[in-house]
Design a protein around this ligand. Structure first.
Ligand code: SF4
Length: 257
């Protein structure tokens, strides 16, 4: 369904908001991004990841407990990290989905946003470390790679680092994924046991400023951009439309060719 609000209007929109997930949408498919932000035609939303969200909330509660008493979480000690959960008066806003961290780029006239899961403080350097919680259930160890969801996860955490940096927070040049892996052995017994794995990631923020400029040019573009070659949705839609036309117009299909 077409949205009429929060659309980008060329030359008229000041500090138009672009969330971290829309930046990722731009990277995955320029057409989908443009249709969403300029024309108000969003993708169909997937069902909510309710169990993953529950794990996120429980992890937040657990780290908040250690934040409140300003003590290290046991996982820090196990991994030899001289860390405590970071305290900041804006932390709750920075974690809120519809608030989050904000960076206003006056030159582009765009505001970039993103909501972090957690921030930890390295007591040795007094720098902040970005943390993203992930939940899954898979056999074998969890390792960072360049396939599957990993490229998007990496961009996500790098984008949070970028937003913090733009908010004058001193950050480490690395971050962490805290993975909760649901174990499938044994009986359910009204609970799932999880293994927690901490994965350190040293990324790069170098790609971001260039992408933000590209986003601005695309928003100002009048013509619909090409679609991504690796998405099945448009292909399906095209095939569906053609089948429909063939069934409806039969011999007169050349009208559409
Ligand atoms: S190719 Fe996929 S991502 Fe791109 S416009 Fe079509 S549906 Fe959207």
């Amino acid at each position: 369904m077409l949205r009429k609000k929060n659309l980008y209007i060329k030359g008229a929109t000041k500090n138009f908001k672009i969330s971290r997930s829309k930046v990722d949408l731009f990277i995955n498919c320029k057409r989908c991004f443009w249709l969403d932000r300029v024309k108000g035609l969003g993708m169909i939303q997937p069902p909510p990841f309710a169990l993953n969200n529950a794990v996120d909330s429980l992890l937040k509660n657990e780290f908040d407990h250690y934040r409140n008493i300003q003590e290290p979480h046991p996982i820090f000690t196990e991994n030899g990290l001289n860390f405590i959960p970071y305290n900041h008066k804006k932390l709750e806003d920075w974690r809120e989905n519809f608030k989050g961290l904000e960076y206003i780029d006056n030159e582009l006239g765009l505001t970039f946003t993103g909501a972090v899961d957690d921030l930890w403080l390295n007591l040795d350097t007094n720098r902040v470390v970005v943390v993203d919680y992930k939940a899954t259930s898979k056999t074998g160890s969890i390792e960072i790679s360049n396939s599957g969801w990993w490229p998007s996860y990496k961009r996500q955490i790098e984008f949070y680092q970028f937003l913090l940096f733009k908010n004058n927070i001193e950050i480490e040049n690395y971050s962490f994924f805290l993975y909760a892996n649901g174990l499938k052995e044994g009986h359910f017994d009204s609970k799932i046991d999880f293994d927690l794995t901490l994965i350190k990631y040293e990324g790069s923020l170098a790609w971001i400023p260039k992408k933000l400029k590209e986003i601005k040019s695309l928003l100002d573009q009048d013509n619909i951009p090409d679609c991504s070659s690796n998405c099945k949705h448009c292909e399906y839609f095209e095939d569906r439309q053609n089948s429909f036309r063939r069934l409806t117009y039969g011999q007169n299909m050349d009208l559409f060719e």
